[in-house]
Design a protein around this ligand. Structure first.
Ligand code: TRP
Length: 465
């Protein structure tokens, strides 16, 4: 590539024109969108329960280290590739590979990412549906007087009813696709501008509420006082995998969002802000949830049922529990919705750019396909509970396939592509950095630390050690 075109790229931060594509109206909006993608069920539902199961403080420390050493470098790489290539994940990687004089086949990493996002959406929407189901239940006071048994029964009755699960999941998908159909500015941007502040506001109110229970310090200690004797090798790898999931990596979302990023915006600074906010939300969710759990003498390590079974019992016993319980599930629904929006975007951009399909048509086609697939997850909780995929139910199998196989594999190839195929000078320029200082640190992480750590995690998830 000639010096002139490198110089031209330096101005635009990308090698393609932005003409005809959507673009975020500011860096702030990109921050909202990427944070909306990252903050989701992973932060509020999953992080607290895996922390509970893995002993608290020491696990949190390892998780923070994984975010720093792996999550942040990969997040920067994905946003950078998206902006450099200005296309859907497949098209963006193809463009960057072409610039590097590398094989076209690298674009398959992008195709894999689009497919991962599509598959995740099909089951994520079903869980998001649970949050929609729980919101009116909380507000109407249905949690009053629940005990461990009746709360478990309430949850199981929902899971046993395919019609209700389908209705709630479809509602989430309709809302998501309805928003996405309006495009980057009128759909994504406009909805995020009120959903994200709403989510933060509710979270702060809930942390304040938790602080009144008298068990706040116990939660602080649980989350922040490390006891390494409670940490297992498996816990370390769970922390690593969660760093991936919580930052929406290797599923096309961050690349697609990066492709709408205006030139000249600092990818480094914005990515750091996204990761910091995502982590803060996870920790605050812990501080909102654990005081209630401890105040009611319940177990922090109860697993996936922590939010849907344990927490309703607490809300049922607390003053103003209907109000705060309702707020909690509204917050969870908002967090899930901003994530489903970003999960659907890569497929839609891919259909549009690869096949020249109009946006509405792409939304309808991908929506129909993902809805059909979501029925598999719905049925796996009831009629198909005996049907297995990788020895698990359809839902668990899909989660395993995406989180434990496709994401690590896609992430591994993404960092190998970035660190070993892209030229150092071009990577620096695409990030908007000169080749010294901070860039050197990132380059070291991308070439060595992230690939080794991801490979380790991947081998573990295959049960090889
Ligand atoms: N980060 C989301 C969460 O914490 C989950 C997620 C994984 C995701 N991959 C994604 C969301 C891709 C949007 C896009 O809940």
């Amino acid at each position: 590539m000639s010096q002139e075109s490198i110089a031209a790229g330096a101005i635009a931060g990308s090698i393609r024109s932005e003409a005809g594509r959507g673009q975020w109206s500011s860096r702030w909006v990109f921050f909202l969108a990427a944070t909306g993608s990252a903050v989701g069920l992973g932060n509020i539902w999953k992080f607290p329960y895996i922390t509970g199961q893995n002993g608290g403080g020491a696990f949190v420390l390892v998780y923070l280290a994984c975010i720093l050493a792996i999550g942040i470098p990969l997040l920067m790489a994905e946003v950078m590739i998206g902006r450099r290539g200005r296309a859907n994940p497949e098209g963006a990687i193809a463009a960057v590979a072409r610039e590097a004089g590398a094989s076209r086949h690298w674009r398959r990493i992008g195709s894999l990412a689009v497919l991962t996002g599509f598959l995740v959406l099909s089951y994520y929407a079903v869980i998001a549906g649970w949050t929609v189901a729980y919101t009116p239940a909380a507000l109407s006071g249905s949690f009053v007087g629940l005990n461990a048994e009746s709360s478990g029964a309430l949850f199981n009755t929902l899971l046993a009813d395919p019609w209700r699960l389908t209705a709630y999941g479809s509602f989430v998908l309709l809302l998501t696709l309805g928003i996405v159909a309006f495009g980057v500015r009128d759909g994504l941007e406009r909805s995020l501008r009120f959903m994200m502040p709403g989510l933060f506001l509710i979270l702060l109110v809930l942390v304040g509420y938790a602080a009144t229970t008298g068990h706040f310090m116990q939660a602080v200690e649980f989350l922040f006082a490390p006891d390494f004797s409670k940490l297992t090798g498996k816990g370390v790898l769970i922390a690593l995998g969660h760093a991936f999931f919580t930052l929406s990596l290797a599923s096309g979302a961050m690349m697609a969002y990066g492709s709408y990023l205006p030139a000249g915006t600092s990818i480094v600074r914005t990515s750091l802000m996204v990761a910091a906010t995502d982590t803060t939300v996870a920790l605050l969710a812990g501080l909102a949830i654990f005081p209630l759990v401890f105040a009611n003498g319940m177990e922090p390590g109860s697993g996936p049922g922590l939010v849907f079974v344990t927490l309703p019992i607490a809300f049922g016993q607390m003053p103003l529990g209907a109000l705060f319980g309702g707020l909690f599930f509204v917050m969870l629904a908002l967090a899930a919705l901003t994530s489903t929006i970003s999960l659907s975007e890569p497929t839609i951009a891919w259909l549009g750019e690869r096949f020249g399909m109009g946006r509405v048509k792409a939304v309808l086609l991908s929506g129909a396909a993902v809805w059909l697939l979501s029925l598999g997850s719905v049925l796996s909780f009831n009629h198909w509970s005996e049907v297995t995929l990788f020895g698990k139910t359809f839902f668990d199998g899909l989660d395993f396939l995406t989180s434990n196989l496709m994401m690590p594999l896609g992430g591994l190839f993404t960092v190998l592509f970035t660190g070993w195929v892209m030229k150092r000078a071009i990577a620096a320029q695409a990030l908007g950095l000169d080749q010294s200082g901070a860039f050197g640190l990132w380059w070291l992480a991308i070439r060595w630390i992230t690939p080794l750590a991801i490979a380790l995690m991947f081998l573990h998830s295959l049960g090889l050690f």
